[in-house]
Design a protein around this ligand. Structure first.
Ligand code: PMV
Length: 308
C-alpha cells in the first residue's frame, strides 16, 4: 500500500501577503512525497532520504505527526513500517516538509483502515508545520492537503480557486540557497525606511493577484502571463530578485513564456514561467542551458471552485 502528497509553489503575491494582500499558491502534482506501508513487528517510520528510523515517543516532528494522526483517527498503533521518500527538493520553497507529513498521515490512515476528514488532516499537518517553522501561515499544508490552488489572505479563511482551463508552467531552480526570512526581513526594513515607496508596490501586487484570480477562473493564459510579469517587476523593486533569477526569467520570456517571475522568498530559489504546452520542453531545456540547477514542467489542472 502506498500514499502520496504533492509539492506546492506560490504563483502570485509573495512578500506582499505578509502585509495583508492576497496570494495564490498551487499544487505541483508531478513532484510528490511517497509513503509505502509494509507489515512489521513494531510501528516505525523509515525516512529513506535521511536514513533515519523514527519511532513513536521520539522528539522528531514526524513521530509527533504519527501520534496526532492516530489520536485524530481514533486508531490503535498499527504493526507496520512506513517508508518515506520524496521527489521534492528539500528547503527550496516547494513544501517538501508538509508533503512528507501529509503522505505519512495518509499512509497511517491506510494502515489503520480509516479515512481522513480533509479538514482534520489539514489541522494535524499544520500542527507539525508549526514544529518546523514556528508560526507558518498555513498556506503550505492547505494547498498540499487539498491539492488544489489556494487563495490565501492572512487571518482569513483559505479558499480553493476555480481554474477554467489547464495551465502549463516550467519551474526552474537557480540553485542559490536563499533563506526566506532574510528576504522577508529586507522588505520589512525597506518598508520601514521608505514607506511611501514600498506601500504602493505592495498594493499593486495585491491588485495584480486579484486580477490573476480572474484570469485563472476564465482560463486566460496570456492575461495571467502579463500579471506574472508585472508581479515580477514589483518584486524586483522590492529588491528580492537577483541577477540569476532575472537571467532565467529573461531566457524563459525570450523562448516564448507568456509570463515569468520568481516564486517564494526570492534572491535565489525558484522561478516560475507560464508557457504554452507545446513550448514547455523547449523552455525547460533553455533554462537548463542558461544555468538552472533543475527545471521541470508542471500542469495546473482545470478544477471546480469549492469553499473550504
Ligand atoms: O519560499 P516560500 O514558498 O516558503 O514562500 C515565502 C513566501 C513569502 O511571502 C516571501 C513569505 C511568507 O511568509 O509569506
Amino acid at each position: 500500500m502506498q500514499a502520496s502528497a504533492s509539492a506546492k509553489i506560490i504563483l502570485m503575491g509573495e512578500h506582499a501577503v505578509v502585509y495583508g494582500t492576497p496570494s495564490i499558491a498551487m499544487p505541483i502534482t508531478e513532484l510528490r512525497a511517497w509513503a509505502e506501508v509494509n507489515p512489521a513487528e513494531q510501528f516505525q517510520i523509515e525516512a529513506l532520504d535521511t536514513g533515519q528510523t523514527i519511532r513513536l515517543g521520539g522528539n522528531e516532528p514526524l513521530a509527533r505527526l504519527a501520534e496526532l494522526s492516530l489520536q485524530a483517527l481514533k486508531a490503535d498503533v498499527p504493526q507496520v513500517r512506513i517508508s518515506l521518500r520524496a521527489d521534492i527538493p528539500i528547503a527550496s520553497g516547494l513544501g517538501s516538509g508538509a508533503a512528507l507529513s501529509t503522505a505519512l498521515a495518509r499512509a497511517i490512515a491506510l494502515a489503520c483502515g480509516r479515512d481522513w476528514d480533509v479538514e482534520v488532516l489539514n489541522n494535524v499537518v499544520y500542527q507539525v508545520e508549526k514544529l518546523y517553522h514556528g508560526t507558518p501561515s498555513g498556506v503550505d499544508n492547505t494547498v498540499i492537503v487539498y491539492e488544489k490552488p489556494i487563495w490565501f489572505v492572512r487571518q482569513r479563511p483559505i479558499e480553493t480557486l476555480d481554474v477554467g482551463t489547464d495551465f502549463h508552467f516550467v519551474v526552474a531552480d537557480t540553485g542559490i540557497p536563499a533563506p526566506t526570512y532574510e528576504s522577508v526581513g529586507a522588505v520589512r526594513r525597506l518598508l520601514e525606511t521608505k514607506p511611501e515607496y514600498v506601500r504602493p508596490i505592495i498594493d499593486n501586487i495585491g491588485y495584480l493577484t486579484e486580477q490573476a484570480r480572474s484570469c485563472l477562473a476564465r482560463g486566460e493564459a496570456e492575461e495571467l502571463g502579463h500579471r506574472m510579469n508585472a508581479n515580477q517587476e514589483c518584486l524586483r523593486q522590492l529588491t528580492v530578485s537577483s541577477d540569476e533569477l532575472e537571467n532565467l526569467i529573461r531566457v524563459a520570456r525570450n523562448h516564448g513564456a507568456l509570463g515569468a517571475k520568481l516564486s517564494g522568498g526570492g534572491r535565489g530559489g525558484n522561478m516560475l514561467a507560464l508557457v504554452f504546452e507545446q513550448d514547455a520542453e523547449k523552455i525547460r531545456l533553455a533554462l537548463l542551458s542558461a544555468g538552472a540547477r533543475r527545471a521541470f514542467v508542471t500542469r495546473l489542472a482545470r478544477t471546480g471552485e469549492r469553499k473550504l
